[in-house]
Every structure is written in C-alpha cells, then in structure tokens.
Write a protein that binds this ligand. Structure first.
Ligand code: 5GP
Length: 205
C-alpha cells in the first residue's frame, strides 16, 4: 500500500433526496470508511443515540464550539444548527482513513472552499414527485415545512453545478456501487500521492 491522505467524501443534495439512506448503505458495505458524527442543537428523534447519530448539544455549547473554531463547517437549517467537528475528521484523513460527511449544501460549499481535495457527490431523487413522497413519508416535518422544502427543491437541484459527481437514488445497491467506483477512481489519482509512488520504486534502486 502506498501512503496517502484519506479521502474526504462529501455527500450532499436536496432534502429528501436520500443522502442519509445512501450513506448508511455505503458504510455498511465498506467498514473501512468512517462517518463523521455531526453536532446539532435539534432534539433527538426516537431511536437516535447521542454520539452515534449526532452529538446532541445545547445552543450555548454549539455557539462555544463555533467560537473555539471546532467546526470544519456549520450551518443553520430552519431553527436548528448543524456542524462537522474538525478534530476527528483531520485525524482520520492524516491517518489515511477515508471519511464521509453527510451534510446539506451550505455546509458542503464551506468544505469545498476549505478543502478542495474533497470529493463532492450530489444525490438526486428519481423525480420531484418521488422527492415529495419521501419528505411526506418521513413524517418528521409539518405540512408547512413540507411545502417550504418542496418549493425550494428545484432551486436546490440547480446547485449540482458545484459538485464533481452525481448519483441517482433509485436503486440503493446501484447508488452504492456507483459511489464505490467513484472512490476507486479517486484513489488512483496520481495527485493524491505526492512523491509517494516514486519513493516506493526509488527504494528498490
Ligand atoms: P436531520 O435533522 O433530518 O437529521 O438533518 C437535517 C439536514 O441536516 C440533513 O440534510 C443533513 O444532511 C444535514 N446535516 C446533518 N449534519 C450536518 C452537518 O454537520 N453540517 C451540515 N451543514 N448539515 C448537516
């Protein structure tokens, strides 16, 4: 194995496009990839475990984390704040461990500025109709929130221009297969290895 930094995979896309489902399936398929656990000020939903699904923190604690520059990115979505804790991600990347961030689009663009070597993947719903069905089916949003999210869906899809890759979320096993092939190609990018490839052969001279 030739040494390289871990890949930072940023999986984003419109609300309801299924980025969470895709990430979960990807992580089950490849146990070597680590998911970054975000901090949030929203309350846990049934079945969510602190430290596993999110770090559930108070608004004051979140503010303190911003002030201490503990986040790689953070964003406010409606009334709640979400952020990616920096330390763990940086440590994993330095150790060659690949990391996935499953985050909304404002945050993804902050990461792109700070870490352009990241791989930016946009998840697409099969159709707008399907997107609405998913948001309704989730049952976690009020009717007003659903309308708000649905009416901004097209504008959100328009943001695909800022991404490197897209994946449709229709057949989950297919979406995972496509992301894995993106990962394979990215692992074979010469630019990710600095002089490490040459060094490997130089040792034999
Ligand atoms: P939920 O409250 O349904 O778990 O998440 C709402 C949205 O926040 C989802 O689109 C999710 O991808 C996004 N999200 C989760 N964690 C983070 C984070 O650390 N940063 C940003 N920017 N978005 C996040």
């Amino acid at each position: 194995m030739i040494k390289r930094d871990g890949l930072l995979l940023v999986i984003s896309g419109p609300s309801g496009a299924g980025k969470g489902t895709i990430c979960k399936a990807l992580l089950e398929d490849d146990r070597d990839i680590k998911l970054s656990v975000s901090a949030t000020t929203r309350s846990p939903r049934e079945g969510e475990v602190d430290g596993q699904h999110y770090h559930f923190v108070s608004k004051d604690k979140f503010k303190e984390m911003i002030e201490n520059e503990e986040f790689l990115e953070h964003a406010q979505i409606y009334d709640n704040c979400y952020g990616t804790p920096k330390a763990k991600v940086i440590e994993n990347l330095k150790n060659g461990v690949d990391v996935v961030l499953e985050i909304e689009m404002q945050g993804a663009m902050q990461i792109k500025k700070a870490y352009p070597e990241g791989i930016f993947i946009f998840t697409l719903p099969p159709s707008l109709k399907e997107l609405k069905n998913r948001i309704v089916g989730r049952g976690t949003e009020t009717a007003e929130e659903i309308e708000k999210r649905f009416s901004s869906a097209f504008d959100e899809i328009n943001k695909i221009k800022d991404y490197d890759y897209f994946v449709f979320n229709n057949e989950i096993s297919n979406s995972v297969k496509e992301i894995k092939s993106i990962i394979t190609s990215e692992k074979n990018k010469v630019s990710r290895y600095k002089d490490n490839i040459l060094d490997k052969f130089r040792e034999e001279l």
